[in-house]
Design a protein around this ligand. Structure first.
Ligand code: AHM
Ligand code: MG
Length: 337
């Protein structure tokens, strides 16, 4: 069978299901094209002069890598002029970015983490780009921060690119999850899986165990029970994986199941987690739910949370439904809910 390109897939979705309009299709194609450019830059590594620190800090006080800055610029430049966006926001920028007046404006808001897992760049381990698409509220011509603060359930599309041994784009527009692999010679993303599904049960978990001493009691209880294996309360052995690139960990879960957890912990008591609600948790939750999995903050469905700030952090439990349910139940019980 002839391969199906991302363009053809999107046009067929538009024709068959009518849930994609021309602007949303353009937006997805523009983001995919930017991901190709990022993939090429990453692929050059040391010989492209792209490794190492940029010598700057982002709004979260994290040191930016050269590739964080470059990926952000690639996504900005690609998305400014097409007329499909009302505004965009990035994990690497303090405030929303307005579309310059010389370009037409569209009805969508785009949010992205341009390069997720950046601690892995210099050691040649998979990193990724995560994006989320919302509709600009009616009647808003100059979107401000509050216009972005919509619950994840209102996303109209979300996706990620994982830059690993191959570059894969995973996409949902609310009708299941499809994946595309970059054909480097042809330069296009080709459909590799039409409907990704996360198995409900799993024997694999992903968490940074070095933070265990900072965890809350229900978190410890859940992991202690997994570690107890066959002779423990769960009655089966579990395996552990932690790439420290959320995109790569989530991609493994979409491929073969598992639970990914970045819980709240006592290191920074005023922050409810490490990962960002708008740039990481919401798009990944939308994808995971569309693939039959579940996603919570330990208490509530992530997609129902009302965001309070653009760079808000949140605890994340996502992946195979049965495990997310057990971990969430333990947290709810501990809270007396
Ligand atoms: P980043 O967006 O600054 O790269 O941070 C997010 C990353 C996730 O990809 C990953 O799951 C997590 O941070 C790893 O954190 P840790 O180094 O604490 O294990
Ligand atoms: Mg990130």
């Amino acid at each position: 069978m002839r391969p199906i390109s991302l363009t053809r897939y999107l046009i067929e979705q538009q024709r068959e299901h009518g849930h994609l309009n021309a602007d949303l299709r353009l937006l997805i194609e523009v983001v995919a094209r930017a991901c190709k450019a990022i993939s090429i830059a990453i692929g050059k590594g040391a010989i492209g002069g792209v490794l190492g620190s940029a010598g700057s800090e982002n709004v979260q006080g994290e040191v930016q890598k050269k590739l964080d800055v470059l990926s952000n610029e690639i996504l900005l430049e690609a998305n400014e002029w097409g007329g499909h966006l009302a505004a965009l926001a990035s994990e690497e920028m303090d405030h929303p970015h307005a579309i310059p007046n010389r370009y037409p404006k569209g009805e969508y808001l785009l949010l992205f983490d341009p390069l997720d897992g950046s601690s892995n760049i210099d050691v040649n381990i998979s990193v990724g780009t995560i994006f989320s698409v919302l509709r600009c509220p009616d009647g808003v011509a100059e979107p401000r921060e509050e216009d972005f603060l919509q619950p994840g359930a209102r996303q109209v599309a979300a996706g990620y690119a994982v830059y690993g041994p191959n570059t894969v784009l995973v996409l949902t527009t609310g009708h299941g999850v499809a994946s595309f692999t970059l054909d480097r010679e042809v330069g296009s993303f080709l459909l590799s899986e039409r409907q990704m599904k996360i198995p409900a049960a799993t024997r694999e978990f992903a968490i940074n165990m070095s933070n265990m001493r900072h965890w809350e009691p229900p978190m410890r209880r859940y992991i202690d029970e997994l570690l107890a294996g066959k002779t423990g309360p769960r009655g089966k052995d579990f395996n552990m994986r932690w790439v420290a690139s959320m995109v790569a960990d989530v991609h493994r879960i979409l491929t073969r199941g598992g639970i990914f957890i970045y819980p709240r912990d006592a290191r920074e008591p005023d922050k409810p987690g490490k990962l960002r609600l708008m740039y990481e948790a919401n798009p990944m939750s939308f994808i995971v739910e569309q693939a039959g999995g579940a996603a919570t903050n330990g208490h509530q469905r992530l997609l129902e949370l009302q965001p309070k700030a653009l760079h808000e952090r949140v605890a994340v439990f996502l992946g195979s439904r049965e495990e997310v349910e057990v971990a969430t139940r333990y947290h709810r019980e501990a809270a007396g809910a």
